[in-house]
Design a protein around this ligand. Structure first.
Ligand SMILES: [Mg+2]
Length: 187
C-alpha cells in the first residue's frame, strides 16, 4: 500500500512554532491556548489575515517550518513505520502542502529528524486526493471533504485527531502514528 502522511499538524508542530514567533515578535497579540478552528487565523483577532500569512509565509517562515519541533513520539513512530513498511512491502509517502519557495524547509526538516519516506509529494490540500496513494493520514477538515467527495475509498482518509478537527466524521481517527499499522493490516 502507498500510505500518504501529511506533515503539519500530524508530525510537525507548526502551530506551536508559529505561536512562539508571534509571542516574541508581536507581544501584544493574544493567541488562545487551544486552536478551535481549522482556520486558526480566526482565533487570532489581534492580527489581520494578511499579517498572519506574512509571518509564516515570508518574514518568519524558517522559524515556523524548518525550526518547528516534531510532535512527541512522531519521530520514533515514523522510524518504526519505515521498518514495518519495508518489511510488509508498503510505501510511506509524505504528502504536504507548501508554497514553492518554502519547500526546502520541509525537506531539510525531514532530513534533520532522519525521516526517510519513499517519496515526498508537494500538493495543495484540496488536491491531495488526486495523488497515487491508498491512504492519507491528515488533520485537515478541508482535505477530508475533498477526499470523500472525490474518491471511492472514502474510509481510507485517516483523521489525525486535533482540537480543530473534532467535527470530521470518519471511520478512522487516530492520535498516534503507530495506529496506522493496525488500520492498514485490517484492510
Ligand atoms: Mg496538516
Amino acid at each position: 500500500m502507498r500510505i500518504g502522511i501529511d506533515v503539519d499538524g500530524v508530525i510537525r508542530d507548526f502551530i506551536t512554532a508559529f505561536k512562539s514567533v508571534v509571542g516574541q515578535e508581536y507581544p501584544n497579540a493574544k493567541i488562545p491556548e487551544s486552536i478551535s478552528t481549522w482556520k486558526f487565523e480566526d482565533d487570532i483577532t489581534d492580527l489581520s489575515r494578511e499579517e498572519i500569512k506574512e509571518i509564516y509565509k515570508e518574514k518568519f517562515c524558517k522559524q515556523c517550518f524548518q525550526e518547528a519541533l516534531p510532535f512527541s513520539e512522531a519521530v520514533p513512530a515514523f522510524w518504526t513505520l519505515e521498518k514495518w513498511a519495508e518489511r510488509e512491502g508498503h510505501e510511506l509517502i509524505i504528502v504536504t502542502s507548501q508554497i514553492p519557495r518554502n519547500r526546502h524547509y520541509t525537506l531539510s526538516w525531514l532530513g534533520k529528524y532522519n525521516l526517510n519516506p519513499k517519496q515526498v509529494i508537494f500538493a495543495k490540500g484540496k488536491y491531495k486526493w488526486i495523488e497515487d496513494i491508498d491512504y492519507l493520514i491528515d488533520d485537515s477538515p478541508v482535505n477530508h471533504k475533498y477526499w470523500v467527495e472525490n474518491r471511492e475509498d472514502k474510509d481510507n482518509f485517516i483523521v489525525f485527531d486535533r482540537s480543530y478537527n473534532k467535527d470530521i466524521e470518519s471511520k478512522h481517527r487516530i492520535n498516534h502514528l503507530l495506529q496506522i499499522k493496525e488500520i492498514v493490516e485490517r484492510g
